[in-house]
Design a protein around this ligand. Structure first.
Ligand code: SF4
Ligand code: ZN
Length: 308
């Protein structure tokens, strides 16, 4: 491999095809950490004194996010930021157990407080049961699971006294979500993708995505270079999601046309910004069953539980 394009000292070990950069280990790690820091400041994601609950699944993205945020907070101790890891146990046998252990060990290693909440304890049902009980195939595993997870994360973050939820969604995730909403005709929701956080719960919680401008591939390489342990097992229910197809589609495009994902991401961000601006701050209601903020009379979590 040629010499590092950044420092011009060390031998490179990574080639970033879309930018044409060859990077040595140090410059590669630095590129990811500084990109996350820039994204945080560009979209005013985290302010002084914020307590951040990082949603950690045990995958490479979320453990890397936990690592990077801890690093950034340690570099600026005067900012008074706190970090807690929150993990949701969906109740998927053979899948979640491995990751719970990885998260526990990694948090101990980084000396970060961690909190685990399960679907079973919150909703009285776990994913394995829900998959058996779902009466119609119309409700996919991931949409059911995603609805539960968003609520579980909110509750976990409230429980630990955080005012920010950080998730490890990356550029690829954002592109997929954009396309999913587009295909579903859910144009309104595209506005939510724009990375600037909005307060969305009763207590003014904000959700931030510091990895939003970093590709999945870059994060995977980062996790590898930082020796971050991550879960190898894949969720047995994942293939029901159109997300998997979109992921392969974009990766194939990127392979043949380096940089296309970045261009698509830039366009998507512009579109989502326009749509965010036009989003009506529709009056919020409270779910008649659980009392949480909802767009309808009954929130999506309560609707899903009633279907099951
Ligand atoms: Fe849940 Fe789908 Fe993720 Fe499995 S792949 S944990 S079902 S969201
Ligand atoms: Zn409800």
């Amino acid at each position: 491999m040629p010499c590092c394009t950044k420092c011009r000292k060390a031998e490179s070990l990574y080639y970033r095809a879309h930018s044409g950069e060859y990077l040595c280990k140090k410059c590669f790690l630095c590129s990811i950490e500084s990109k996350a820091a820039k994204t945080i400041s560009k979209y005013s994601m985290i302010e002084y004194g914020d307590k951040v609950a990082v949603a950690v699944s045990g995958g490479k993205d979320s453990l890397s996010l936990l690592y990077v945020l801890k690093l950034l907070f340690d570099q600026h101790p005067n900012n008074g930021n706190e970090i807690v890891a929150i993990t949701i146990d969906e109740g998927i046998k053979g899948y979640r157990d491995e990751s719970l252990q990885i998260v526990k060990d990694f948090c101990e290693h980084l000396r970060i407080e961690s909190k685990v909440l399960s679907y079973q304890s919150l909703f009285g049902i776990d994913m394995d049961q829900a998959m058996i009980q779902r009466s119609s195939q119309k409700i996919s595993s991931c949409s059911m699971c995603g609805t539960f997870r968003r609520r579980a994360i909110d509750i976990a973050a409230e429980t630990v006294g955080a005012n920010i939820v950080a998730t490890a969604h990356n550029m690829d995730d954002q592109l997929q979500t954009f396309m999913i909403n587009l295909f579903a005709g859910d144009v309104e929701r595209i506005g939510w993708i724009y990375p600037e956080p909005v307060q969305y719960t009763q207590n003014g919680m904000k959700k931030v995505k510091p990895f939003v401008e970093i590709s999945e591939y870059d994060i995977a390489f980062y996790a590898l270079q930082r020796d971050i342990p991550f879960q190898s097992e894949e969720c047995p229910y994942m293939n029901e999601s159109i997300r998997t197809d979109l992921r392969e589609f974009f990766n194939r495009l990127e392979r043949d046309h380096p940089g296309i994902k970045y261009n698509a991401f830039r366009s998507m961000t512009k579109v989502s910004k326009v749509l965010r601006g036009g989003m009506s701050s529709s009056e919020t209601k409270n779910c008649s069953r659980c009392g949480r903020v909802s767009t309808g009379d009954i929130c999506s979590v309560c609707k899903t539980i009633s279907i099951l």
